[in-house]
Design a binder for this molecule. Structure first.
Ligand code: ZN
Length: 254
């Protein structure tokens, strides 16, 4: 039996991450992997990096991790300000050894990981850090979906859109609600799976999202969890460098 918890897009939301990791502990899971964007938008980047470093077998590089570590590219004003504020939180660490360990962890985030039948990237197989695979692409952008699926042998795990669900190569998209929260792999198909966002869901459901990939049972289970959104929004509102809107959106899941 191999059960892997898939988390993504934590976005420095410690309360959501703690709730998700506690739930994972009850689910008979052998390991946790993170599909990127530990950082950006949220109020607790340092704490989230420490927890991910401790609990995840490996982590991918997301565009916001890249933005805080190197430079924010194609970010709106709120995202760029949050990237610079985030970097300053790591620079403020007084313990040199601890600071160095965190920079090293961030510098070692991986752009692409393959294991067994699975290709793992934050964005898309074509542009692993920055390209979005949106649910509406399955309807509006068949050529884009074809080009993306051309790079998928069997299964691909992604984050980045903050919208959970499964893409098949028809192309089609299935939100977890249409699947009764369980997707069963079909023989011979190709699929792209997104576990949704731990710390900033954007499917109009503010609850933290994650998934469990069960390779023995050949299925993916999707989970949603309540956490104290209001407390996190309040923390964001108290930090002048973080736009109030970043707190407000958490309450609405958008
Ligand atoms: Zn993200």
């Amino acid at each position: 039996m191999l059960r892997t918890a898939l988390i993504s897009d934590i976005h420095a939301n410690l309360e959501a991450l703690q709730v998700v990791l506690a739930d994972i502990e009850t689910k008979n899971v052998e390991r946790v992997i993170n599909l990127g964007d530990i950082l950006g938008y949220g109020p607790n980047p340092v704490e989230c990096v420490d927890l991910v470093a401790e609990r995840c077998e490996w982590s991918l590089m997301g565009n916001h991790d890249f933005g805080a570590l190197y430079e924010p590219t194609n970010f709106n004003a709120a995202a760029e300000a949050s990237a610079f504020w985030t970097r300053a939180q790591f620079e403020a660490e007084q313990d040199n050894k601890l600071a160095a360990a965190r920079w090293e962890f961030l510098g070692r985030l991986r752009v692409r990981v393959t294991y067994g039948d699975f290709l793992c990237v934050h964005g898309s197989p074509r542009r692993p850090i920055n390209e979005y695979v949106f649910p509406e692409d399955a309807i509006n952008s068949p050529v884009k979906m074809q080009q993306i699926f051309d790079r998928v042998d069997k299964y691909c795990l992604v984050g980045h859109t903050h919208v959970p669900g499964v893409f098949t190569d028809e192309p089609d998209y299935y939100p977890p609600d249409d699947l009764d929260s369980v997707y069963k792999f079909q023989n011979g198909e190709r699929a792209i799976i997104n576990p949704g966002s731990v710390g900033q869901p954007r499917d109009m459901d503010p609850r933290a999202s994650y998934a469990i990939l069960d390779e023995t049972e050949k299925k993916v289970e999707f989970y949603r969890l309540e956490y104290d959104f209001a407390a996190v929004a309040e923390k964001i509102h108290a930090i002048p460098e973080l736009s109030d809107w970043l707190g407000d959106r958490l309450m609405e899941g958008r």
